[in-house]
Design a protein around this ligand. Structure first.
Ligand SMILES: Nc1ncnc2c1ncn2[C@@H]1O[C@H](COP(=O)(O)OP(=O)(O)OP(=O)(O)O)[C@@H](O)[C@H]1O
Ligand SMILES: [Mg+2]
Length: 285
């Protein structure tokens, strides 16, 4: 089924798997700021805006998108690498049919990947590139090397923070490290869980100014999502906020962010999945 759809899309695109897939990392310095919930709902928002979206769970420490949505699957990427199943068989169907590539224990094994496995990963990557316009990657919190490597393999990164001083400090540290490691990755700031828009805007502007002053880089304030009790309610019900409470403040803010992402003109072509795989494998060498 997956292969048929893939072939069909390749034909309709008239290209042999070449891709402009945009890969966007959702990252944070401090844990628990809202990355996973945002990744899933942003994915859903973009799907509603007619984008073909994949959500990839790359939180090595605590892969939990499946738990957040009450999904269970048999396979993950490690099974693809071992040749035990196809990539299509690992995908979970999330809300509104959103494609989710679950927990990435398989990616950890890339440290010792064999050439056969590397080939399988490249094939899988080419398949993905032929299908999706956008891939959102949920990254583990903090400045661990594997997180930095993942982010470096993406085209853009959205750094999520809350108004808490610790979240602000840790977001700054992450951006500082990214700036040292990463050649011109587009960085967007997303302030989540503030109590008033005034507070959210103040935090965003302060961060932007400090980053420009001390790191000499311009970051974009990409979104503002207020604290909203509906998020907690949706998480408890293991459902997506956009499905359960589409009119809530946070859901509307996420839809706005989705529209903004669609409208962003990327100054350079996305590196696409081929580039992603090459760099990804290279990072572990
Ligand atoms: N805008 C919001 N309003 C209210 N609660 C929120 C909001 N955003 C996230 N939360 C709550 O914050 C908690 C943490 O969210 P989530 O698991 O998405 O964070 P995370 O950054 O992925 O955490 P980790 O670093 O552990 O992976 C959840 O209970 C979620 O309901
Ligand atoms: Mg998470």
């Amino acid at each position: 089924m997956f292969d048929q759809a893939n072939n069909l899309r390749q034909k309709t695109r008239g290209e042999s798997g070449k891709t402009n897939t945009r890969i966007i990392a959702i990252a944070s310095g401090k844990g628990g700021v809202g990355k996973t919930h945002i990744t899933v709902n942003l994915g859903l928002a973009l799907q509603r805006l007619n984008q073909r979206v994949l959500v990839l769970d790359a939180d090595l420490g605590m892969a939990n998108i499946d738990v957040l949505l009450g999904l269970t699957g048999r396979y993950n990427l490690s099974h693809v690498l071992q040749g035990k199943c196809s990539l299509g068989e690992t995908l979970l169907k999330g809300p509104e049919g959103l494609d989710i590539l679950p927990g990435t224990s398989g990616i950890e094994t890339l440290v010792n990947i064999s050439s056969t496995e590397a080939k399988r990963l490249m094939d899988a990557s080419a398949q993905l590139g032929a299908i999706y316009d956008l891939i959102f990657v949920d990254i583990g919190a903090g400045i661990h090397k594997s997180n930095i490597n993942f982010i470096s393999a993406c085209d853009e990164v959205i750094v999520v923070l809350t108004p808490e001083p610790t979240a602000i400090m840790d977001a700054y540290s992450l951006i500082k490290i990214l700036n040292n490691h990463h050649d011109n990755c587009r960085i967007g700031l997303l302030i989540n869980q503030f109590n008033s828009y005034q507070e959210g805007i103040e935090v965003a502007n302060r961060m932007k100014t400090v980053i420009l002053e001390y790191l000499s880089i311009t970051v974009e304030i990409i979104g503002l999502i207020p604290f909203d009790i509906h998020v907690r309610k949706a998480v408890k019900k293991q459902s997506a906020l956009l499905e359960l409470f589409p009119k809530s403040k946070a859901a509307r803010a996420i839809m706005n962010l989705g529209r903004h992402i669609v409208n962003i003109k990327t100054s350079q072509n996305p590196k696409g999945l081929g580039g992603f795989t090459d760099r990804f494998l290279g990072l572990f060498k």
